[in-house]
Design a protein around this ligand. Structure first.
Ligand SMILES: Nc1ncnc2c1ncn2[C@@H]1O[C@H](COP(=O)(O)OP(=O)(O)OP(=O)(O)O)[C@@H](O)[C@H]1O
Length: 237
C-alpha cells in the first residue's frame, strides 16, 4: 500500500491519519484518496476503526496526526458545516426525530434554496414519498432506513457517507440499496459488514484491522488477498 504523500487532486484525501483513544490505537497511519464519483468501501472486523474513520471525516474525532484535504485544500471538518461542504452521512440504525413527520425529518437534511423540492425528490428516490406525513415510528424498520437515506440525499451531497446501511435489512431491501448506490451520481463512502453488498457496489475497498490499513484495492483484489482472508473474511466464515 502506498505511503507516498497524496497530491492535490480533486476529491477527499486522508493523509497518514492516526487516532488514539488513551492507549488504544484506533487508526494507525491511514491514507486514502476518494476520487469523485467512486464508491469506496471501508471494511474490517468489529473494532477495526471504520466508524472512527467516518468520525474523522465528519469532524467528530480530531486525529492526533495526519491531515485531510478536500479538492486539494486543507480540510478541517466541523460536523455542523458538513452539508455546506457537500458531505452527508447516514447513521447506523434509523436515527430520526420521532415527534416530526417523515417529510420534516428529511427537510432537516435539505440545504438548498428549494428544500421542499429536494426533500420530495429524495423521498421519491427512496420510495417513501407516500409516507411523507407519517411519523417515522409508525413505519417498519426498512422504511425508516430509507427515510434516513432520503434525509442524507436531500442535502444533494457530493460525498454520501453510508454507515452500515444494510444493517437489519432483508435480501430484497439490500438489492434495492445496491441499485440506489450504483445509480447515485455522487461519491459514496460505505462502511458495511454485508460483504456481498460491498463487493457488488464498490470500485475500491479499504480494509482495516486493529486500526491498520492492511489492503486497498478492487473487490477482486480484496477477495483474493490473504491478509484480508485472515483478518476478516476468514473470521466471518
Ligand atoms: N470515543 C472512544 N473512546 C475510546 N475508545 C473508542 C472510542 N471510539 C472508538 N473506540 C475504540 O476504538 C476502536 C475502533 O472502534 P470503531 O468503532 O471505529 O470500530 P469499527 O470498525 O467501526 O467497529 P464496528 O464494526 O464494531 O462498528 C475500538 O476498539 C473501540 O472500542
Amino acid at each position: 500500500m502506498s505511503t507516498e504523500p497524496l497530491n492535490d487532486a480533486e476529491g477527499l484525501t486522508l493523509d497518514h491519519i492516526t487516532v488514539r483513544f488513551g492507549g488504544l490505537l484506533a487508526l494507525d497511519d491511514v491514507s486514502l484518496r476518494v476520487t469523485p464519483g467512486r464508491t469506496v468501501g471501508i471494511i474490517g472486523p468489529n473494532g477495526a476503526g471504520k466508524t472512527t474513520l467516518f468520525n474523522v471525516i465528519c469532524g467528530f474525532v480530531a486525529p492526533q496526526s495526519g491531515a485531510l484535504t478536500l479538492d486539494g485544500k486543507p480540510f478541517r471538518p466541523k460536523p455542523h458545516h458538513l452539508t455546506r461542504r457537500g458531505i452527508a452521512r447516514t447513521l447506523q440504525g434509523v436515527g430520526q426525530f420521532n415527534g416530526m413527520t417523515v417529510l420534516e425529518n428529511v427537510l432537516v437534511g435539505a440545504r438548498s434554496r428549494k428544500p421542499e423540492a429536494d426533500a420530495w425528490e429524495a423521498l421519491d428516490r427512496c420510495g417513501v414519498a407516500e409516507h411523507a406525513r407519517a411519523l417515522p415510528g409508525s413505519l417498519p424498520y426498512a422504511k425508516r432506513k430509507r427515510v434516513e437515506l432520503a434525509r442524507a440525499l436531500a442535502a444533494r451531497p457530493r460525498i454520501l457517507m453510508l454507515d452500515e446501511p444494510a444493517g437489519g435489512l432483508d435480501a430484497d431491501e439490500i438489492r434495492w440499496l445496491a441499485d440506489l448506490i450504483q445509480g447515485a451520481e455522487t461519491t459514496v463512502l460505505l462502511v458495511e459488514h454485508h460483504m456481498e453488498l460491498v463487493m457488488s457496489v464498490c470500485d475500491e475497498i479499504l480494509v482495516l484491522d486493529f486500526g491498520k490499513p492492511i489492503a486497498l484495492g478492487s473487490p477482486a483484489e480484496i477477495r483474493t488477498n490473504d491478509k484480508v482472508a485472515e483478518a476478516y473474511l476468514g473470521a466471518a466464515a
